[in-house]
Design a protein around this ligand. Sequence first.
Ligand code: SAH
Ligand code: SF4
Ligand code: F3S
Length: 436
Amino acid sequence: METIYIETYGCQMNFADSEIVGSILKEAGYGFTDELQDADYVLINTCAIRDNAEQRVRHRVRELRAAQNRRPGLRIGVLGCMAERLQSQLMAEEDNVSFVVGPDAYRTLPDILVRVREGARQAETELSTTETYADIEPVRFGSNGISAYISIMRGCQNYCAYCVVPYTRGRERSRDPKTIVDEARKLFDQGYREVTLLGQNVNSYACGDVDFPGLMDAVANVDPRLRVRFATSHPKDLSDKLLEVMAAHQNICRCIHLPVQSGSNLMLKLMNRKYTVEWYLDRVEAIRRAMPDCSITTDVIAGFSGETLEDHEATLELFRKVRYDYAYMFKYSLRPNTYAARHLADDVADEEKTRRLNEIIALQGAIALENNQKEVGKEYEVLVEGASHRSKEQLFGRNSQNKVIVFDRRDAQPGTYRRVRVEACTAATLLGQLSD
Ligand code: SAH
Ligand code: SF4
Ligand code: F3S
């Protein structure tokens, strides 16, 4: 049996896709290994969101030459968003890559591997308007047996000016809700206690007459002991109806990831985000009205085209107003062929981008710490996930708000719900003790 080693970069959706790829190739008779030196094929599932994500992959591909010298039959394939963006150009530039397969073409992998074994080189990067891999049951490689991803839609057509995703993942399409609910039920029956529904903009999920709130309701009804999370919500589509459904189900987690990108209306307009700061703050208020204990997290970009000090200050001001529990913070990275690359100047100097980013990071760090300090003394239901990396005597889990809590092990078991009282914290973690 030939064996495959898969490496995944990028967002949760890429990790979910690697599990679909795993399933397609397992079905075709391939085995999988965690040891590079045993592999006949290395598949690298890549991300193209920022230049540094692509540079990491280039570096990795070049580094793999050494493994190929030790094992001459070893073939390398590049999958995912970078494969889609660069297509056969990637094979021209990296001559040790034998095949390139885009996110909608994974069903061609078994055929490609056979041809590649015979010495061919091939690129399959056709995008689809219908492919959702709905019938494929992912192999849960990366899984702890407790928490799993379920892909509910693919693609994105929001065309934010800076973003490469509409070009690498194609048109938006939603997966048949029945297959989603069935997958959630099956996972619950296998012992899983948490599912995360994934899409680039889950709020615009639509399949027949089922919208995203309807889908959430159906998945939440699988079992009250199954936690349901979702990512990502676009602020323009965050509806009151969704908030009502969330509030009505205790097992839908009290955590909303709501990427803001900038606190300046001028930047939001240039970014083509289709909402204003006022709209965004209204949505934040609506969340807090419906679920006062809901955590809110975000993504932000520092130094987008034309960003002035005033725009940057507006972002800091928004962070002070919303007081996020967590933020993913990035420096703007120009992506070829996007609207911004074609029409806007990348005119904030790199050192200045870094300076602004560091200012946001410092502010957010202070806010996260203050938010966590307010948690001390509170008690939460925690889904226990596993051993903490600090010590074997301690376990960690998450509360509904998605905050990590570390506590002494005692009789607690991974995969169960326990009550934990928070006694101390850092900016990133809560520390507590079992209280049930
Ligand atoms: N679909 C999600 C985000 C997907 S990409 C959404 O719309 O919210 C994840 C994050 O990467 C984005 O939210 C954005 O903050 C960041 N990002 C995307 N393109 C970028 C670029 N060209 N430079 C820097 N950050 C970028
Ligand atoms: Fe990119 Fe915007 Fe689509 Fe998110 S919504 S994936 S940022 S184009
Ligand atoms: Fe990266 Fe593609 Fe996800 S560009 S962030 S892996 S959708």
